[in-house]
Design a protein around this ligand. Sequence first.
Ligand code: TRP
Length: 335
Amino acid sequence: MSRILTGIQSTGIPHLGNLLSVIFPAIQLANSSDYTSFLFIADLHSLTVVKNAELLKEYTYQVLATWLACGLDADRAIFYRQSDVPQTTELSWYLSCFYPYHRLKLAHSFKEKKNYIKEINTGLFTYPMLMAADILLYDAEKILVGKDQLQHMEITRDIAKRFNSKIGEVFVVPEPMINKNMMYIPGIDGNKMSKSKGNIINLFAKEKELYQQIMNIRTNNLSLEESKNPETDLIYTFYKFFASEYQIIEMEKNYLSGGYGYRNAKQALYELLLHRFKHEREKFNEFIQKKVLLNKILSLGAERASQIATITLQRVRKALGISILENSWRDGRVV
Ligand code: TRP
């Protein structure tokens, strides 16, 4: 069975962009039986920005509760927390010895982060090496990612190929898988939706906060009476993702006819989201309380993921000529 993999950072409750581009499609694939799914919480990646232990832990629970609330059947996937598989960091080191420094310097996401993150640590720079390890450790074939991760995927493919050609066929070269309809999810200011840009919609926020996020969606300043172009408006863009065909046509009419203000449209979007995600919002609030269950899912996932990781890592170490004494150590013999 083909292996599909994706990870989400734990820097807070996943936002609407994460849900549409990764979580919903991944759940659909995981709940079908055509793939073995590896789904994980990238808390080691989050450590590049989150430096508070309690917060990092809480974010992990929030991410897991989100997946469950959105309908993931945890038994059908290998769902784990990245830091529970320390083999990842070992592999990441090996990989970094196969990727040229001058190429890593060209990564867009790092250059972009340098613009708005004040303290740039080394982890932010080597982030793509850890991501490559996440993927190559499980011989994953298809990687579900948002469009912004395509360069990281190219880096991963490049490392796998370099390694294979220098050392021998050790790694599966993975392919990105992009959900075509949802390639680009704008934030409430029209830029890409991202927590660090403060422009997200958090579907699981309390009603008041969600309302505020919707009310902050950027619009132009046409008056209530004027006719408006739905195609260039952000509220309508979000509305279209979730509304029925009938609702979309009605909304279009409202925009074009005039006498319908952006505030009305925002109110309609807010009500639509509350209605459409009523079940998920309730489930999230239930799951986030059930720490015993969440811990159980994480520890089962850690065990299953580790078993696979250990096998891959043995293959890699052997190919590199590292830890050749390992078997004798295991047997308890002194060499
Ligand atoms: N970098 C990804 C993001 O921010 C998260 C991630 C980490 C990931 N490791 C991964 C995604 C491996 C896919 C595969 O969205």
